[in-house]
Design a protein around this ligand. Structure first.
Ligand code: NAP
Length: 334
């Protein structure tokens, strides 16, 4: 069977396909034949050296496929079950701890850019009813992060307002889940055609963050005094504006570092005089993944997939992601 590995040097040219023996399951393990993965910004950082991984690491934190073999003492699964991976296989429930989030798929442990792999039986959930493998592969990182941000950390209520930043995979799930929950949605993008698409999807107002240097203030004004919840995807490159856009007592969920946003400056008086609750999150637990799946099934939500590539096209898929042309998720299917 074939797997992709990260080479000795980082960079998209060093992604390589290797042949490995088919895996056999040990105690409490299952073998999954993967059929799809999806691209997250995290995977891009791993592939290009922004996050260091040892040579030989199998990339990609999302996987969807079918169970083809069951190890000793596995009671939960059977051959043929359609399953998807977890970003943190060790985080089953409750608050995160260092131990629970130690194993990051596609970074600290091998990911799912493989035709088959052996995984612990607790590191999977079923995929939503009616979902293709490609659709399911959009959920473990991007979907679950948006779900945790809005429903668990944000405690979103109907009638509240939400700011979604950019039109990447995580943000588009944020839009869909916020809509499902009955929120008013404000959004940003760097592209006017994407802005029109966001308006057609029911946003109240969309700001082009490249054209409007005071986009946070614009959102504050257009929302009639700020939004209740902000999904911040840029860290140092967006947090100043996220605070500007926030209502008094708002929650800002710090999720990402797009646009070189590892570090940055914020206006502290705005943070405390608005009584803002600023909370960082990383993806979510298995219990959250299962509650997201139930909500997806009941509300018949389908992911927004922009483009699909084949197994051999990982480099091209990353190049497409880097172009920023996508709206929603990019997937690979095989
Ligand atoms: N904490 C977590 O657990 C977690 C989980 C998932 C993702 N993330 C983070 O969330 C961010 C988005 O991830 P993703 O996988 O959804 O990315 P993605 O699919 O690659 O989306 C990137 C999109 O974000 C927008 N964008 C780019 N630079 C921006 C900037 N400076 N300000 C605002 N928007 C910008 C662009 O949209 P437009 O073309 O519309 O401008 C771009 O197409 C990343 O930083 C990622 O690491 C974190």
């Amino acid at each position: 069977m074939r797997v992709y590995t990260i080479g000795k040097q980082s960079g998209l040219d060093h992604l390589q396909i290797e042949k490995r023996p088919d895996p056999t399951p040990g105690i409490n393990e299952v073998v999954v034949r993967w059929h799809a993965t999806s691209l997250n910004y995290h995977d891009f950082l791993v592939a290009t050296g922004g996050i260091f991984v040892p040579p030989g690491r199998i990339p990609m934190s999302d996987g969807a496929g079918e169970i083809i073999a069951i190890g000793k003492d596995v009671l939960e699964w059977k051959v043929g079950d359609r399953v998807m991976s977890m970003f943190f296989p060790g985080w089953t429930e409750g608050l995160p701890s260092l131990k629970k989030i130690m194993g990051v798929s596609g970074e600290i442990i091998d990911g799912y850019m493989a035709e088959q792999s052996c995984v612990p039986s607790y590191g999977l959930t079923l995929i939503p009813d009616g979902y293709s493998y490609a659709q399911a592969a959009t959920l473990p990182c991007a979907g679950l992060t948006a779900w945790n941000a809005l429903m668990h950390t944000g405690q979103l209520k109907p009638g509240q307002s939400v700011l979604i930043e950019g039109t990447g995979g995580m943000s588009m799930f944020g839009l869909q889940f916020a809509k499902m929950a009955g929120a008013r949605i404000y959004a940003t993008t760097s592209d006017n055609e994407k802005a029109q698409r966001l308006m057609k999807m029911g946003c109240e107002w969309v700001v082009n963050y490249k054209d409007d240097p005071k986009w946070g203030k614009t959102i504050y004004r257009k929302s009639g005094g700020g939004v209740d919840i902000v999904l911040d995807v840029g860290g140092g490159s967006t947090m100043y504006h996220s605070i500007e856009a926030a209502k008094i007592n708002a929650k800002i969920i710090s999720i990402g570092i797009l646009g070189d946003g590892r570090k940055g400056q914020i206006t502290f008086p705005k943070l405390f005089f608005k009584f803002i609750n600023l909370q960082g999150i990383a993806v979510g637990s298995r219990v959250m993944q299962e509650s997201m799946i139930r909500a997806i099934e009941i509300n018949q939500i389908k992911p927004i997939i922009d483009k699909s590539f084949g197994f051999e096209d990982l480099k091209e898929a990353f190049e497409y992601q880097a172009s920023g042309k996508h709206f929603g998720k990019i997937v690979l299917e095989w």
